[in-house]
Design a protein around this ligand. Sequence first.
Ligand code: ITT
Ligand code: NA
Length: 179
Amino acid sequence: MLFITSNKGKFDEAYEIGKKYGFEIEWRKEKYEEFQGDSLEEIAYKSALALVNKIKEPFFIEDSGLFINALNGFPGPYSSYVFKTIGNDGILRLMEGVENRKAKFIAVIAYFDGSRVRIFNGEVEGEISREKRGDKGFGYDPVFLYGDKTFAELGEEKNEVSHRRRALERFFESIMADG
Ligand code: ITT
Ligand code: NA
């Protein structure tokens, strides 16, 4: 099972989750052309289609993002760019004085099965913390509270509850059902 991503954090988690289901996930570290779009689904679907000619064997990609309620879903589909530019400090600044801290992570997997592209979703609800906490995980993990801990404090446990876990679970279950 080939996972195409430039993000080591994503790969490491998918690899660990895959093991639990008996799937060996192989990393193809590649920066692919990422289509713009209004939704993660659209971006993932179009990006996967564009890779089909190049890869020629079954593979999946995953597009993910952080959606903050009080910011109308920002950074959402722009999560990668926003992380590289303003980062977690920028997110905390935007949330200064904001009482409604609700947010969610969404992961969308686009899987090319050799003939068509199929989509699997997962999400997890939480809150934006008041300060960065924890040194595990990657990306927005230090500012995403799940209960009273951030994803960066949870470590391994993140893989039990994350958006990525939920999307991968649906993906693996579907493959197993197909035999
Ligand atoms: P690809 O090569 O797979 O596209 P990417 O890092 O560009 O890697 P995305 O386009 O999906 O990935 O951008 C998602 C952004 O959201 C990126 O900045 C990630 O660091 C962040 N992110 C995704 N999942 C996360 C998670 O589980 N915890 C923290 N941050 C996450
Ligand atoms: Na990306």
